[in-house]
Design a protein around this ligand. Structure first.
Ligand code: SF4
Length: 418
């Protein structure tokens, strides 16, 4: 093996992969059987950068050669950059060597399109297959599906990968047409539909036959780029909601557009990466998936964008003051979850603990409630903080004055993973 050449390829192809943020490894329970290598159920440690990006996987492209010319992508065919491509065996060897040295817990593999979708996808699948069958590798594998790849290849990919993902790239079809004219949304939706159906089918088979093969046990995810096209948060979150509902996605990743290319269709090169917006979208996404919020409650035609100053739950609360105060000792779990400053775990603890007596501020604080926000929206067995003469906008000003948003400091900085 020519170490210098491999190192050079690694530098190029890891750098090219850093713009893809959809790499969290949660949700897989692959066991180490037959004295194989690795164990995705215990071996994965989730390590996130401040803006929520996962850093524990070997994250590379198979190649940054590409036949397409997507305006937002550093690997686009008309961009004058250094190109490289790994062989199948090189990626397998790198993964095994890095895993043995404890540098990584798994592999996140994407690729530019070599020749056509199947030609590229076949190589990605071959890497996953070799790792699983020849090296008995039980670490986490996330494969990016190449839009337009055949059902046969998608089927094979699902047998070896923990997670599959197809990037939607732009929140709407119009945005995609504008910046990626070689692509069309139908080519992305087709493999997403295939993965959804295969997961449902294999789950049913598994109930009947214990030895039925698993298919992409960590499910599927997608990524959308934010800020490259003019869609507002209403359009972004409605699109995400549609794909969650119709394709059983585990995650939608929102990636703030990093301006690296000059193109009249794109924001100017000196435009800041929308890191705060990206973070607010993740918070809104969390509210939709775990807190029982409907997308229309968070964004709608009269409130098309998320408030960048405050989180979306607080924003909802100050627009709906008639729903408060919530009596923490009586309200149901769904309403407690809507209180700013009370997270999922704290809400569950509250409901359990109040069976043994009425809760006061001290107890709420011990359960992890952020009193600096919650105190404006709840009543409990103590009236220490009670002030009911404040409007929503007063509360927003008080909270902003007393809290320092860590994200505001980072608006100019794109974090680098490597
Ligand atoms: S197909 Fe993928 S790798 Fe190729 S230019 Fe478009 S986004 Fe980049």
């Amino acid at each position: 093996m020519n170490v210098d050449r491999i190192t050079e390829k690694l530098n190029i192809l890891a750098d090219a992969a850093k713009y893809d943020v959809s790499c969290a490894s949660s949700g897989s329970k692959r066991k180490n059987e037959n004295k194989g290598l690795g164990n995705a159920s215990n071996g994965i440690c989730h390590s996130y950068t401040e803006d929520g990006r996962c850093v524990s996987l070997l994250k590379i492209l198979l190649t940054n050669h590409c036949i397409f010319d997507c305006a937002y992508c550093v690997s686009r065919k008309n961009n004058d950059i250094q190109r490289a491509a790994f062989t199948v065996q090189e990626v397998v060897d790198l993964t095994i060597n890095f895993y043995r040295r404890n540098y990584i817990e798994g592999l996140f593999l994407s690729s530019g399109i070599f020749k056509d979708a199947d030609y590229t996808m076949e190589r990605l699948v071959r890497i996953a297959k070799k790792l699983r069958t020849e090296h008995k590798f039980n670490g986490y594998i996330h494969l990016k599906s190449i839009p337009g790849a055949s059902d046969e290849l998608m089927n094979e990919a699902g047998l070896y990968a923990d997670r599959l993902s197809v990037n939607l790239e732009m929140p709407t079809e119009a945005g995609l047409k504008l910046l990626a004219p070689d692509k069309n949304q139908a080519d992305m939706i087709k493999p997403m539909g295939y993965i959804r159906n295969a997961i449902i089918q294999r789950t049913e088979e598994k109930k009947l036959f214990k030895k039925a093969p698993i298919f992409a046990p960590a499910g599927q995810s997608t990524q959308v780029i934010i800020g490259a096209t003019p869609e507002n948060d209403n359009e972004v979150l409605h699109s995400a909601n549609y794909f969650y509902k119709n394709f059983n996605l585990r995650r939608v990743y929102y990636s703030g557009y990093v301006p690296v290319l000059a193109d009249s269709r794109l924001p100017a090169l000196n435009t800041s990466v929308p890191m705060v917006r990206e973070n607010r979208l993740y918070q809104a996404d969390w509210l939709m998936r775990f807190y029982g919020f409907k997308v229309n409650e968070i964004v709608n035609d009269s409130q098309p964008n998320l408030d960048l100053d405050i989180d979306p739950k607080l924003s909802w609360a100050i627009r709906n003051m008639q729903a408060f105060p919530v009596n923490i000792n009586k309200a149901d779990l769904q309403m407690i979850l809507r209180v700013p400053g009370i997270g999922l775990l704290s809400a569950q603890k509250i409901v359990k603990a109040r069976m043994f007596g009425k809760l006061n501020w001290d107890q709420l604080k011990k359960m992890g409630v952020a009193l600096n926000r919650a105190k404006y929206f709840v009543t409990c067995n103590s009236n220490e903080f009670e002030r009911r003469d404040l409007t929503g906008s007063n509360i927003k000003q008080f909270i902003l004055a007393t809290s320092q948003s860590k994200y505001l400091k980072n608006t100019q900085v794109q974090l680098s993973l490597f």
